[in-house]
Every structure is written in C-alpha cells, then in structure tokens.
Design a protein around this ligand. Structure first.
Ligand code: KG4
Ligand code: ZN
Length: 347
C-alpha cells in the first residue's frame, strides 16, 4: 500500500510517499523558516500563501524522488489538525482534490498522533504491534504532551502543557536574548560548553487545583511560562543579551530547566510501562536526547526516538500513520474540515 501524504499545518510544506506505513520512499520538506524569521515567529498569512504557491511543486518533487507515477499511489492522506486554519486548509483541499481525481481513498490524520508514530519510521524500530502499549511524548513548538498509546486509534491523555509548549519556551527565550528564530536549535548549540547549574530557573510545577484537560494527571502536566518569565526578569536585571560573557551558561541553565521538567514527567509517566516513544521538533535537542537515554537506561525501558529527519514537521509521519490504519477514512475523511484546535486524542 503506497500512500501519498501531505502536511501543511504550520510553516513546513511537506509531501511524502510511504509504503506500508513504514518504508519512506520520499519525504520532501520545504521549510519557510527564512520567510518568518524576520518576524520572530510564524505569520499565518505568509504561511498559507507560501503553501498555496509551493505545494504543487512539492507534490511533484516527492513523486519524482519516490520514482513513481500517479497510478502507483494507492491512497492520499493529509493533516487536518491541529495547526493554523488557513495552512491546514491548503493541504487538506489538495488531498481531497487528488483523491477524487485519482479515484483513491482519502485519509485525514491528527498531526499530534502522527508525531507519536514518527519513531516507527526508523528501520531499526520494533514493529508497532510488538511495542504497543507504550508511552508517547510529543514535544514541539506548538504542543507538549504525554499520551498512552494503546493501539491505532486508541489513545489516552496522560498530561499536557497548561500554557506554553516546550518549543515555544525555547523560541521565546531565544528571542528575548536576541538570538534569532527558531530559538531551539540556537539554544541547543550555544548551551554546549555552558554550565547548566549557573542559574536556578523554576521547573514549572502544576498543581491539581488548576484547570486541566479531561483525564490529565497534574503530575504529568507541564508549565513553561514560569521559566520564560524568570528569564525575562533576570535578563532585565542582569543585562543578559547575545553579547553577555556568561551567555552560554545562561542558555545552558535555561535549557536544563526545560529538559529537567520534561524528564521528571516522563519518569512518572513510565510507571508500569516499558517503552517510551518520542517525537516532535524539540526531540532534536541534544541535551534532551542524552537525558532521555540516561532515563531509559536507569529505568530499563526501551527508548524509541524519532529519526532526526522525522522529528520536525514532515509528511512521512502522516502517510506512515495512515499506512497502519490511523486517521479517519472514507466519507468521514471527505467531509472533515480543517480543525485548528483538534485535541491530541481525537480521532
Ligand atoms: O515539530 P515542529 O517542527 O513544529 C511543531 O509542530 O510545532 O517543532 C518546531 C519546534 C520549534 O519550537 C523549534 O525551536 C524546536 O522545535 N526545535 C528545537 C530544536 N530543533 C527544533 N528545540 C530545541 N532544541 C533543538 N535542537
Ligand atoms: Zn508538529
């Protein structure tokens, strides 16, 4: 079964061709980061216009890379949420049109569930069946959550962020220090060689009495707005900026606070589970990857990290999850609307 997948939920225009949910024949990704970086964040109008202009050529590029003709495509899949409404609409409309024209089935996929599935795109990963059930951590620019994967289409929310996502904390922190956008990779690089104990940033505890999503355990929820505020306050008081001599120590400490908070939740979420699967753009973070490896070794659990090519937004994870039966199919898919605030466990 060869699926052509389309992903346009944020600022990456991506089209992939995946065989049997596992073998990535092509994964074309066109990043818009350069267009948004002068604004210090994603500008929705620019994103959707760029998707509209570029998507047809990215579709052709993916088919060329896969070395396939149109009639080899067995189904078409697209992200329908969550994400930016006008961006989602471009990819979803294209997928509906293609499925109709090719007379092939259509699947619409939840972007966050696709991130959870992304570790299985690695040729070294165990089969999805043998790894199930597992705990999934999705950690990206828009989302941070822990979910128990009980089977394709059977997900249970364990915890999620009550304010900013981890990637947002990286991006906003970097912006505040004048380091550029996106901040995650810049902080990751600058923090190497820095002292992570230089500043004691808060670790964002979530209390039970706060408003929480249904089913979420406060001990497994995240809060990253406090660490960002602490950075802002301390930066103003101490004159931290891109030229400060202790910049590496400041960003290493900031990164450590974010990573520490994530590791503590993962550790708790692993009670009674033996596999942790991690995906999303922030899972590229070298410190987080190292700490997750340490945690897995200490706890004797199997760690499945998304391959670097499939950490950030990509269509391979969309076509992949559809290829194992994920997402909504048939009439339900044809009538699905772009759903900007689709929750992580929604079909
Ligand atoms: O998954 P993704 O491409 O988009 C969303 O679905 O949000 O994630 C983008 C996020 C950005 O916040 C970016 O700063 C962060 O991933 N990121 C990183 C690293 N590489 C990307 N954060 C920390 N360390 C990195 N090396
Ligand atoms: Zn994403």
């Amino acid at each position: 079964m060869i699926i052509l997948g389309i992903e346009t939920s944020c600022d990456e225009t991506s089209v992939a061709v995946v065989e049997d949910g596992r073998r990535v024949r092509a994964n074309a990704v066109l990043s818009q980061a350069d267009l948004h970086s002068p604004w210090g964040g994603v500008v929705p109008e620019i994103a959707s216009r760029q998707h509209s202009e570029m998507l047809p050529s990215v579709v052709r590029r993916a088919l060329r890379e896969a070395d396939l003709a149109w009639d080899a495509v067995d189904a078409v899949a697209a992200t329908y949420g969550p994400g930016l409404a006008s961006s989602l609409l471009v990819g979803l409309s294209m997928a509906k049109g293609l499925a109709m024209r090719l007379n092939r089935p259509l699947a619409v996929v939840n972007h966050l569930q696709a991130h959870m599935y992304s570790p299985f795109l690695s040729p070294e990963a165990p089969s999805l069946e043998s790894a199930t059930p597992f705990v999934a951590l999705v950690i990206s620019g828009g989302h941070t959550c822990l979910v128990r994967w009980e089977g394709v289409g059977r997900y249970r929310l364990l915890g999620e962020t009550i304010d900013d996502a981890a990637g947002e904390a990286f991006d906003k922190g970097a912006k505040l220090l004048g380091l550029g956008y996106p901040g995650g990779p810049i902080v990751d690089r600058l923090a190497r060689g820095g002292d992570p104990a230089y500043v004691a940033f808060p670790r964002g505890v979530v209390r039970g009495e706060r408003f929480l999503p249904a089913g979420a355990d406060p001990r497994l929820c995240f809060s990253f707005s406090g660490v960002k505020t602490a950075l802002r306050t301390r930066a103003a008081a101490e004159g931290w900026n891109r030229d400060h001599p202790r910049l590496a120590d400041v960003v290493a400490s900031y990164q450590e606070a974010i990573v520490d908070a994530v590791i503590a939740r993962c550790e708790r979420a692993l009670d009674g589970a033996n596999t942790l699967a991690v995906g999303g753009g922030v899972s590229l973070n070298s410190r987080l990857r190292a700490r997750l490896q340490q945690l897995a070794e200490a706890r004797g659990v199997r760690l499945l990290l998304a391959p670097p090519a499939y950490c950030a937004d990509n269509a391979a994870m969309i076509a992949g999850l559809a290829g194992v039966g994920g997402g909504r199919w048939g009439a339900e898919a044809q009538s699905a609307d772009a759903t900007p605030s689709l929750s992580v466990c929604a079909a």
